[in-house]
Design a protein around this ligand. Sequence first.
Ligand code: SF4
Length: 301
Amino acid sequence: MDRSVYIHIPFCHEICHYCDFAKIYYNRDLADQYLKNLRKEMEFYLGNQKISPRTIYLGGGTPTSLNSEQLEYLMKSIHKFIDVKQVEEFTIEANPGEFEESHVKVMKDYGINRVSLGVQVLDDDFLKMLNRNHTVDDVQNTVRMLKGFNLNNISMDFIYALPDQSIEHFKKTLNLALDFDLPHYSAYALQIEPRTVFHMRHQQGKLTKPPEEDEAEMLSMLMEMMEQAGKSHYEISNYAEEGYESRHNLTYWNNEEYYAFGAGAHGYVNEERYVNIRPVNHYNEAIEKGKNQYYTLTLLP
Ligand code: SF4
């Protein structure tokens, strides 16, 4: 088996108030240009060989911010360099309410077999406070649509210890989340990261996180409720039914190597860790000038 593959799609339709990932507002032309360059970058690294990784992870940003034609173009690029039939787990990150049946058809046709949904909280007022561009109804409709296409290996991501969130409120979100009876859940405590709207509000004294003891209690409750629901705590923030642990997460956890393609993507190849140029325009420029991969990345200590 070859190294796993991580591919970064840096576009989003909205920028969430807590987010410090490598992302930029979606723009159709820019996305077209980026996808062409992504294909070139894969060519720089992989040449004419077709690799057979165990896992592929399409992350972001939000891969489902692309329209379905763009998603199909990306899938064709992936199939050009990767023998997808051999891949055990092919995950796409997706935002509820943002994509349609035409996207799901592309996912199915090109071998995606796992969807990681960015849900964060199941309360419309809190979703607005986070500047998420979906509602609780969107989450329900999206899960229904995916299951309708027999894409049942779905994970949901949550954030807890949100501003003004009580333990009871988080419990309600967890109960609603478990009602979906999905095989995998992830949950992270909110971190106030620099260069985010939340950071600015925090600095101005306009945002307060719940006290540390509440955050600790939320974590204990999360672990207990997941355990009771038959989802084992198999990795720091991840809970799964047996056989549904994310193999790609375990690649990182087990310190195995993986390729990374796209602006701001982190990789680990030949015992060297690296990060690609992060701003999308700089990444595009480097690839278009015909520079090879050593110009698009920085080696990490
Ligand atoms: S959290 Fe996800 S959807 Fe929101 S801005 Fe960040 S990458 Fe985009």
